[in-house]
Design a protein around this ligand. Structure first.
Ligand code: COA
Length: 433
């Protein structure tokens, strides 16, 4: 059979494909905006055929119908990262959370979390029989490699990305054809606070730096203040639209990168069609699985590596909680610690945790004497280095506990500084000033 005939022999409808899932199977679904919407819809419609199917994923952008109340008999969600669609289910006990570094997820699929079925979304097949993972390579490609059964939603709107980003027809069991736009994530609103944080972060970025940027308003605000820098590079877990602008402006050239010079290295991305058109068949952008991109031993090989991530709370020792509000799990560690460690290990690197000084519309300080009861520490006090708010920059590495606390109180919101100083004096039995 030629490639086209092999392809046709594997084409089924979504309803037929999901019948290959059996009760008690572990199903891993494609990540973030790479989510195979049609397959998930069909799986949920077929729920009466299943008992105890475990659904594993990280960021989910769809509706998450399988975690709705009443679905427990059919599906059990095991979240490796909690998001808007899954927060309630984890909090109310209908879903589980497995805490792990993003970089180690592929190895979990080979050890404690073997994959029965991978539901993935890929681009159209090329003339050599390869499909690209497009917007989401991350754990999706490793899940497909580990799975007993691979069901691929082939979407002709999925961009074709380069790097180690392909799967061959011989490694796909069933093909479901679809044609819909990739889910878009509109750029966040950047207010005055985010701009001030962005400007402070940008002051730490030297010409020739390689950047990792997390998701949200703060990373986008940082990009606004990088327009005068030269020869920046990207080695990041993810990118969004802001990066395209800086490439077009000639700021991101990747020329000074010590590994993968000339290339943007990334494991997944989320943005608008502008970003998806930019990455399509673009040799400047290479996507690799997350066990490579997020490996601190790889990250550290970049010169002037700067990582920028955000958090929920920082205590006066510099312990960073990025994934919990008290006992409530609101997200996950994701790649934060992978990049903090990689940037710290890089000889001229910097790891930055950037956040607004307050939350809940200014009612609570994010810099606190003690983390909320039950909150997990995401980045430990021995890993943390720069903390940035709209009020300035605190460098914590190599500092005493008192020096750390003073530096953090100085960048807290002025409304909360007095209370924090009182706590400082109680804790350290000495005057703040
Ligand atoms: N006290 C109480 N609630 C707080 C809080 C605090 N100190 N800080 C944040 N929150 C609440 C917010 O009010 C918001 O609640 P809502 O969703 O009900 O409105 C929620 O927590 C999320 O905060 P927000 O500021 O909107 O989040 P964000 O989109 O800027 O993301 C993190 C911030 C920390 C959640 C996010 O960066 C994250 O998940 N980090 C860990 C993973 C990571 O760093 N990955 C690597 C990069 S991709």
């Amino acid at each position: 059979m030629n490639l086209k005939e092999i392809y046709m022999s594997k084409v089924v409808t979504a309803d037929e494909a999901v019948k290959k899932i059996k009760s008690n199977d572990r199903v891993v679904t494609g990540h973030a905006v790479g989510e195979p919407i049609e397959l998930i819809k069909a799986m949920v419609n077929n729920k009466e055929a299943y008992e105890n199917v475990e659904i594993v994923h990280m960021v989910a952008m769809g509706k998450g119908e399988y975690v709705a109340p009443g679905m427990e008999k059919h599906f059990r969600h095991n979240a490796l990262f909690v998001g808007g669609t899954t927060r309630d289910a984890v909090k109310s006990g209908r879903a589980d959370f497995t805490s792990c570094y993003f970089s180690e997820v592929p190895s979990l699929f080979k050890t404690t979390l073997p994959v029965d079925v991978a539901l993935i979304q890929v681009s159209s097949m090329d003339e050599h029989g390869f499909f690209s993972f497009g917007v989401s390579n991350d754990y999706t490609k490793p899940a497909a490699e580990a799975a007993k059964i691979v069901i691929a939603q082939v979407n002709d709107k999925m961009p074709r990305t380069m790097g180690d980003s392909f799967i061959h027809i011989s490694d796909i069991d069933y093909i479901v054809e679809a044609s819909h736009e990739i889910i878009e994530l509109n750029p966040p609103k950047i207010g005055e606070i985010e701009k001030a944080i962005g400007e402070n972060c940008a002051s730490l970025v030297e010409d020739g730096s390689t950047l990792q940027l997390g998701i949200g308003a703060i990373p986008d605000a940082v990009l606004l203040f990088l327009k005068d820098k030269k020869d920046l590079g990207i080695h990041s877990e993810m990118i969004s639209d802001g990066v395209v602008e800086l490439v077009e402006a000639g700021v991101i050239t990747n020329k000074a990168k010590s590994i993968h010079p000339g290339k943007i290295i990334v494991t997944f991305l989320m943005g608008t069609k502008r970003l998806y058109d930019f990455i399509d068949n673009n040799p400047m952008v290479e996507m690799y699985p997350v066990n490579y991109v997020n490996d601190p031993r790889v990250i550290m090989q970049n010169s002037k590596m700067v990582s920028i991530n955000s958090c929920v709370q920082v205590d006066l020792m510099g312990q960073v909680s990025s994934e919990c509000v008290g006992l409530t799990q609101i997200s996950g560690v994701g790649g934060q610690v992978d990049f903090v460690r990689g940037a710290n290990m890089c000889k001229d690197g910097k790891s930055i945790i950037a956040m607004p000084s307050t939350a809940a519309k200014g009612k609570v300080s994010k810099i606190v004497p003690i983390l909320d009861e039950g909150a997990a520490v995401t980045t430990g006090r021995n890993d943390v280095d720069y903390i940035v708010t709209e009020y300035g920059i605190a460098k914590l590495k190599g500092k005493t506990l008192k020096e750390r606390a003073r530096a953090l109180i100085n960048i807290a919101h002025p409304d909360f500084r007095n209370d924090l100083m009182v706590e400082f004096e109680k804790r350290f039995s000495c005057k703040f000033w």
